[in-house]
Design a protein around this ligand. Structure first.
Ligand code: NAD
Length: 476
């Protein structure tokens, strides 16, 4: 099969040409469950050429900070200008509503500009009559970036922008479920970055494994499941590549007895169901004080029943399908397991009777810890509501998970909520909102099995550098 789909492979070789790829794989539209495009399967042999080109480009790219900043600002302008053209590709392969898809390209531009503007001055530790000491950050070399299917563009940009700003070059591999939008940004950014600086390769999972074990890259920045993250860590350890791992989560929201249910219900609902629940940091289990739980369950069920679910290309749609067949099967399995064990679906509870991977937004009552839907990461449009009597008990149950990505606490008393938040083991805890801290300038990363290292802010950029001390005699 030699047909070139929507975009060509953008993997600049040393002479700036695309790879010639003879094999392709099908990309499924989750709204129909049928193939709609083809993506190139880059071979492991071809990866050698891509990494060599990226390394040759690195030797020049690392030398001029201003060139890097200017290229990044130009790239941001291109993404803003092309967001509306590119969004349908993302919607077709991912399923999200068109407006959300377009917003993702604009968010990528925001991250590019943030890092283009971020200063990275050397830290002068001592400058006196005895000594001159400074700490500088140096780029690592070529970065392998591996991304999942839920936010293919934004999560890629959390790696691309800081890696390039620090002076590295990068090879990005999107999920085989969503390869085309990432290829498309490679396409529209042709010529914005010098050849070999920003490369996109697509292929099935073994291509990701090859990007980790390859001898050239010095860093692997991975976002995906905890199971795959463990394999990445083991493989990267072989030659001591640096790793940043952004992994799974089972984020709790704790609703205290004084929370204003009418006010918080919509925010809590969208904290769980945005992107159809396919967000690492979505609310995945709710611990509601027993005194307010019935009202909360009713309020969430009313919203769930009112949500417009459909093909993301259709206007007015708020939630699209689950992204892929295995994930759809997993969501069904967890919901049916819960219902089989006594849970009650007060909204949803079943797939929609239509083509594609549509599942009705589901609120589960009469569930408890020890049920799979509470203990595991569902990554789909389902929310279990569990009750508690005692705040200490709620905190212990929230922490009783291998994960520790984010969490939230909801109350009319913000100080009290903050004191509850201080006991939660998670990389971010939000008060009266969920995911409030997901911003370019704040560090994002998981505790425990939710990850290693952080992205965003200066801390995210430091992850693409090695630290160096210059210790010199006094300057005068
Ligand atoms: P996944 O682990 O199956 O795949 C992620 C990426 O890894 C894909 O590009 C895949 O091709 C690649 N891959 C597969 N096997 C590999 C290997 N052995 N070596 C290297 N790469 C390999 O995850 P997914 O199903 O695409 O994404 C869903 C998961 O991602 C969820 O668990 C979710 O919580 C997590 N996630 C985490 C964050 C975060 O920032 N913490 C953000 C989004 C998603």
């Amino acid at each position: 099969m030699t047909t070139r789909p929507i975009s060509q492979v953008f993997a600049a070789t040393s002479n700036g040409e695309d790879l010639s790829v003879s094999d392709h794989f099908e990309v499924i539209n989750p709204s129909t469950g049928r193939p709609f495009g083809l993506a190139p399967s880059v071979t492991v042999d071809q990866l050698d050429g891509v990494f060599e080109a990226a390394h040759a480009a690195y030797l020049v790219w690392r030398t001029d900070d201003n060139t890097r900043r200017e290229a990044m600002r130009k790239a941001a302008d291109v993404l803003d200008a092309r967001a509306a053209d590119l969004a349908p590709v993302l919607t077709a392969e991912q399923g999200k509503p068109l407006s959300d898809a377009e917003a993702e390209f604009h968010a990528a531009a925001v991250w590019l500009r943030y890092y283009a503007d971020l200063e990275l001055p050397p830290e002068i530790i001592r400058d006196d009559a005895e000594a001159f000491e400074q700490v500088v950050r140096r780029p690592l070399g070529v970065v392998s970036a591996i991304t999942p299917w839920n936010f293919p563009i934004m999560l890629a940009m959390w790696k691309i922008a800081p890696a390039l700003r620090a002076g590295n070059t990068i090879v990005v591999k999107p999920s085989p479920f969503t390869p085309l939008a990432t290829l498309a940004i490679g396409d529209v950014l042709r010529g914005v970055f010098p050849n070999g600086v920003f490369n996109v390769v697509t292929g099935p999972d073994p291509l990701g494994a090859a990007m980790v074990s390859h001898r050239i890259p010095r860093k692997v920045s991975f976002t995906g499941s905890t199971a795959t993250g463990r394999r990445v860590a083991v493989s990267a350890a072989e030659d001591l590549k640096r790793v940043t791992l952004e992994l799974g989560g089972n984020d709790p929201a704790i609703i205290l007895s004084d929370a204003n249910i009418e006010e918080i219900a919509p925010k809590l609902f969208w904290g769980a169901f945005a992107n159809n629940g396919q967000i690492c940091l979505a609310v995945k289990r709710v611990y509601a004080h027993a005194s307010i739980k019935p009202r909360l369950v009713d309020a969430l069920a009313a919203i769930a029943k009112d949500v417009a679910v459909g093909d993301g290309m259709d206007s007015g749609v708020q939630l699209g399908p689950v992204n892929n067949a295995p994930q759809f099967a997993r969501v069904k399995e967890l919901v049916f397991d819960a219902i089989g064990n006594g849970a009650r679906a007060v909204a949803g509870g079943a797939p929609l009777d239509r083509d594609g991977y549509f599942f009705s937004p589901t609120i589960l009552d009469r569930v408890d810890d020890g049920t799979r839907i509470v203990d595991e990461e569902q990554f789909g449009p389902v929310l279990p509501i569990v009750s508690f009597q005692d705040e200490r008990d709620a905190i212990d149950r929230a922490n009783n998970s291998e994960y520790g990505l984010t969490a939230s606490v909801w109350s009319n008393d913000v100080d009290h909520a903050a004191s509850v938040a201080s006991h939660i083991d998670a990389g971010q805890v939000a008060i009266n909102g969920h995911g409030r801290g997901v911003l370019p300038h704040l560090p994002f990363g998981g505790h425990k099995a939710s990850g290693v290292g952080v992205e965003n802010g200066p801390w995210g950029l430091y992850g693409f550098t090695d630290i160096q001390v210059i210790a010199a005699p006094p300057r005068n």
